[in-house]
Design a protein around this ligand. Sequence first.
Ligand code: SAH
Length: 251
Amino acid sequence: MNFAWILIAFLLGWILLMCIPSYAAELSPNPFQFQSPSSNWTEEQFEWLRQQMVEEQLRERGIKDERVLAAMSKVPRHQFVNPSWQDLAYGDHPLLIGHNQTISQPYIVAYMTQAAEISSKDKVLEIGTGCGYQAAILGEIAQEVYSIEIIPQLAAKARRTLSQLGYKNITVKTGDGYQGWREHSPYDAIIVTAAPEQIPQALIDQLATGAKMVIPVGTWYQDIVVLTKTKDKVIEERTLPVRFVPMRRKS
Ligand code: SAH
């Protein structure tokens, strides 16, 4: 009789133990689990993934600027990508955004934004709007953001996403980034997210004295160059090796 009770208690305990991991799995979704075609994850789960991204991919790798960390904790990166890619939005890699273009890996977005040393009163120019994610990060930190995209469909989509998310300080235009956007210059920072072979002179001209430009330069081999414009010279520092899409010439 006693033995039967022990057996029943053991079986009940075992069944209970088996339930715990599946409940835990629901609370902590695996970021690398791919769900297709569109995500079933809730905004709370995306928020959790975003905080993981900030801690593991940014803070632990040396991103220290609290303004950048706060912006990347806030901007819903998954809302900038196609629904079928949303589950991968917070992964440690670039993502396709259509028209053979990519949104940069989160670390590179943070690295470039931090290197540009942007503050809340600044006016910033971005070349290569893409899906608008980098523009949103800049919009969280700076006062005004101007962004140029050469592919009209991407510019239109980014404009829609940014307005749905309520950004009023970001202006996107379709155009050729090699010319910059003279009308609003000089800029307190310029971030370029497509790679030219050489730094376009028009962009240097439109940079304010004392300001920084962060730009990937090269063809197959590229480095992020941090350029500082002083009163009488331009200082270029080659930093991280990277791989960006090429900066196109207007056809
Ligand atoms: N910053 C973007 C990703 C950039 S991908 C984001 O957060 O999503 C690079 C983008 O630069 C592409 O969308 C590409 O179309 C654009 N681009 C390439 N050459 C350009 C040029 N000459 N002027 C403006 N945009 C350009």
